[in-house]
Design a protein around this ligand. Sequence first.
Ligand SMILES: *Cc1c(COP(=O)(O)O)cnc(C)c1O
Length: 398
Amino acid sequence: MTERFTGSFTQQEPIPEEGIEAALRVMQSGRLHRYNTAPGETAETVLLEQEFAAAVGAKYCLAVASGGYAIGTALRACGVKPGDKVLTNAFTLAPVPGAIAGVGAVPVYVGVTEGLVIDLDDLAGKLDQARVLLLSHMRGHLCDMEALMALCDAADVTVIEDCAHTMGAKWNGRPSGTFGRFGCFSTQTYKHINSGEGGLLIGDDPEDMARATMLSGSYMLYGSHAAGPAPETFATLRYETPNISGRMDNLRAAILRPQLRDLDTQAKRWNARYDVIEKGLRDVPGLTLVERPAAEAFVASSFQFLLLDWSAPAVAEVQSRCAARGVELKWFGGAEPVGFTSRYDSWRYAPSAEMPASDRVLAGIMDLRLPLTFSRDDCAQIARIIRAEVGAVWQAAA
Ligand SMILES: *Cc1c(COP(=O)(O)O)cnc(C)c1O
């Protein structure tokens, strides 16, 4: 009998008991709004900001409503205006070009390599088209960050990092999100810490962060942002910066703080699961693994492999055969957007030039989530099923 996987690719772990207790205390207090504090009390939101800034070594941190909101705020705080072009990855998730469109700007897509990172040669050729690069570390893959920063610095292009999949990750020992002018994180359920929805924005420049704080809807209460810039920084900015309301609340922050403390442990658990799948998929004819550079310390909340140069029907066949055995593979190369997955050419509000080299890679990217509710035995079984089905379709085509 062929084995079938019965776990759920979308089942998260529960919120830690400590987070549930902290959430109950916030609810019992009734003070869910970050600016509603009792005398002498520091809001959970402020504590989260301080702890996150300390964890990544950023000067400032601002908690907001979502990762997409953090990105939009960073773009605005960098002065991106309607009609401006913004460079970004062709391989990313829809909220990234969406955030660019949200400020009235126009995405210019940069290609993806077989290593699933931004193509630095393609980037070099496009740096004269925009002042800002919104760099998405899609699915947790970090490019050579020193090389990227050198290119962008030389061209005077500002880098904003989308770290939705790299919370806790590092490049050459330096936390993801601290290379660019802003780092944007998500605390949405499928990311590395879970408050349903939520976002965190980090940066080192006081004026940038003062602008972001005003934008997020601080009113004139910015003085309570202990992880924000000094009140003097707001002297003029507070008159000039619109309130585009998108704060985080104390309930979410209370849930997140214990998860942030556990992040390193969780990262090890994710990576242990990744290792099992990677080993299980070694030396499968036709299947390309994504080799991770030694400089990259990643947090593997998902797994990707490539079926490079396979025909679309053959990839679809692998996908449906795996699905029949309980293994959900997402295919970034599918002609139509499905679920959370879409391609740069499905975002028709932002037309793109043809990118054949990237199309070849995108057409072969298979992606699976690795929730921590999977055991290592589950991962071994998932790898066996993928191995068998890729092998079967490959042999039939030979
Ligand atoms: C989830 C995600 C975002 C947006 O985060 P939200 O908190 O859902 O708004 C941005 N970029 C990438 C790559 C993501 O996966």
